[in-house]
Write a new protein. Structure first.
Length: 293
């Protein structure tokens, strides 16, 4: 956990007050393939569409999925000469230092520097974490105001949060990831008395009613009160989400002039899912604005 915190200092009335810092949204879990970067991009563009200034930090400097997504967006904008909103992007590359302590110090310094650049210049900063148990991922989690954890709607991804008895389907114990989040929440509370709002998002939901789907819903409801998170529905399983990456687009861009993708009923339903997710996040300053998405 970094000893560097991003705070707002109180200043006398006669001096210019420091601007209010951004609300930090961390998108993270410890497993790849759950749709973190797709989710992060849709949250970013939703906030931009509503008129907020948004910074983005990609902590997965090897894979750079969010960074590539945003770069693809810029290329598409330039090629089509479109006027689509863009975030300010920072990508934190892995440290080249061989010594582990030196590498962690280097990565911490570069992340904190990027965060300080963005946190007073924007209304929101969205941080996309690697899908692995790493120092930089834990560090990112520790700065969250809102932690958003996408998980595929399956028992494989549920294992990320807790061990479930195969016969009774009762929760036996929280997983190491849940314990890691709990530890970061305790440390954050000691530093600035802030309570991280943890939202677990059920992603790639099937469009049919199934025993598996109902079981996971029930288990998550029981687990939520035990380890203190809120549950939210995410996106259905749709091919369009995979196709949008190469163009850097989101569901909110499809109706824009010049984009060249015709809206279908499936796309309309996906936008409805996004609107519900943004409502469920309960982010400051959104209130009734979400209805405009």
């Amino acid at each position: 956990m970094s000893n560097v915190t991003v705070t707002v200092e109180r200043t006398p009335p006669e001096r210019e007050r420091q601007p209010t810092r951004a609300h930090i949204i961390v998108v993270g879990n410890a497993k790849g393939g759950s749709g973190k970067s797709t989710t992060a991009m849709h949250v970013i563009v939703s906030l931009l569409t509503l008129g907020f200034k948004v910074g983005a930090i990609d902590l997965d400097g090897k894979q750079k999925t969010l960074g590539r997504y945003i770069e693809n967006r810029q290329k598409f904008i330039d090629r089509k000469q479109l006027d689509l909103p863009m975030p300010s992007l920072r990508v934190i590359e892995p440290s080249p230092k061989k010594n582990m302590d030196e590498a962690q110090t280097d990565e911490r310094a570069r992340f904190v520097s990027a965060l300080q650049e963005l946190v007073y210049a924007n209304n929101f900063v969205v941080v996309d974490c690697p899908g692995a148990d790493s120092f930089i991922s834990k560090l990112g989690h520790s700065f969250a105001d809102t932690l958003l954890t996408p998980m595929n709607d399956s028992f494989i991804d549920l294992d990320l949060l807790a061990t479930v008895n195969e016969h009774s389907l009762e929760v036996e114990r929280p997983s190491w990831y849940s314990e890691m989040v709990w530890e970061q929440r305790k440390r954050r509370a000691l530093i600035d008395n802030h309570k991280i709002d943890w939202v677990v998002m059920r992603n790639r939901l099937s469009h049919t009613d199934a025993h598996n789907k109902r079981h996971i819903e029930k288990i998550l409801a029981n687990l939520a009160s035990r380890i203190s998170f809120r549950s939210a529905a995410g996106f259905g399983e749709r091919v369009i989400f995979r196709e949008l990456f190469l163009k850097g687009l989101t569901m909110l861009d499809l109706n824009k002039k010049g984009v060249g993708i015709k809206m279908s009923m499936s796309h309309v339903a996906a936008r409805h899912e996004l609107r519900h997710l943004m409502k469920a996040l309960e982010l400051p300053g959104l209130e009734e604005k979400v209805e405009k998405l």
